[in-house]
Design a protein around this ligand. Sequence first.
Ligand SMILES: Cc1cc2nc3c(=O)[nH]c(=O)nc-3n(C[C@H](O)[C@H](O)[C@H](O)COP(=O)(O)OP(=O)(O)OC[C@H]3O[C@@H](n4cnc5c(N)ncnc54)[C@H](O)[C@@H]3O)c2cc1C
Ligand code: SF4
Length: 392
Amino acid sequence: MKNNMYLSKPQFDAELNKCLQCQTKPCMKACPVSCSPKDFIGAAKSNQPETAAALIDAQNVLGEVCGLICPDTFCMKACVRQNIDRSIEIPAVQAYIMRHARENNLLSVTEGVSNGKKIAVIGLGPAGMGAIAELLKRGFYVEAFEKENIVGGALNLIPQMRLPREIINYEWQKLQQSSLLKAHLGAAVTDYQSLISDGFDGVIVCNGEQKCRTMGIEGEENAVLYTDYLRAPEKYKTTGNVAIVGGGAVAVDCAVTARLGGAKNVEMFVRRKIGNMRITSQERQTLLDNDIDITTMTRIVKIVRQDDLLTAYTVKTQFNDEGKLVDVADTMIARRGFVHIVYALGSSRAEDLIESEKIIYAGDLVNGGSTAVQAVASGRDAAQKISQLLIG
Ligand SMILES: Cc1cc2nc3c(=O)[nH]c(=O)nc-3n(C[C@H](O)[C@H](O)[C@H](O)COP(=O)(O)OP(=O)(O)OC[C@H]3O[C@@H](n4cnc5c(N)ncnc54)[C@H](O)[C@@H]3O)c2cc1C
Ligand code: SF4
């Protein structure tokens, strides 16, 4: 998480100048959608912003979104420049280029000549959008179905300070320019086979992970699920104490949201050690910058509401000789005085996957909690697969 969302012009120029233009393109090879930083940086450096943006857009329908939220574990991890000093800030460079393209209306949707085939795409998160972009390029007629009244899926849970909603909407509006696309919002679909019976030549299901994980402990109805918390953080604003249950990236977003909302103390409860937390170095730094408390090797076992405040009963945990996490006997204590206890344990899929030749699943629904760029890649791959089946 960066404090400033976009690079300044001098910072942008400095990053461009640092790029070594490596001929083997390790940065591209590490990108799930095979976007080529070497080439878009080269174009930007040669003062060709439109070409730079088009190179990104051709590979990634969510070019600006991913520029803002991609972790440093893909292209940046492969960047050769780190052998000299540090990796090029590739996602930030990408975000800068795509913001310029958005503000100057440089890009439009790419659609192929109609091939007469009709595909249904269900779920309009990154995977659904990745699938749609690829299908339109190949000339398919696409009908998209989204159960919510907004598009973007889990992107809508990412705090606005990291990802303003207008960017998601802009990327979607670009796709909607296509005469080959018809979208139905507020339209949940569960019977995929009936779409085939209704004349669709194929269905790509990109429903994400819709079931929030819980712990099954006494009193957990008093906790707030991270989806509710992040969807409407203003509803949960408090100057009191907030507990966050979980130690991953979603928990970090919840903790920072609580802190920026004015919470006095924000404490994360993590069952394992700090070193076991599945967060990036940037996220670790964010926790430090925002003065978030982390209570490790601790499990909440019961939540009790007393008037307006919540008490969390906790026990200490330890790894036994087999490496299994177990409770430590006689360590239960009552931690009083929380205004909110937020469950940030991630989600899992809410449906069984019954794939057939014409019904394909993509994104987090198949791959588990991943990243936006991986979901886009998965949606695109599904579109390529169905295209191969239908038109070769
Ligand atoms: C708090 C949070 C922070 C994150 N931070 C980052 C980050 O910094 N960087 C990053 O790259 N990734 C991040 N992610 C992960 C990223 O958002 C997901 O990996 C990505 O959105 C998954 O895309 P998807 O399309 O597979 O699923 P989703 O985004 O979950 O989209 C699924 C869509 O399907 C719709 N749907 C479900 N069932 C139906 C149905 N029956 N009919 C019609 N529509 C349906 C849903 O409403 C939803 O719109 C974060 C996720 C969260 C929750
Ligand atoms: S690996 Fe790094 S330095 Fe080399 S071309 Fe890619 S971005 Fe530039």
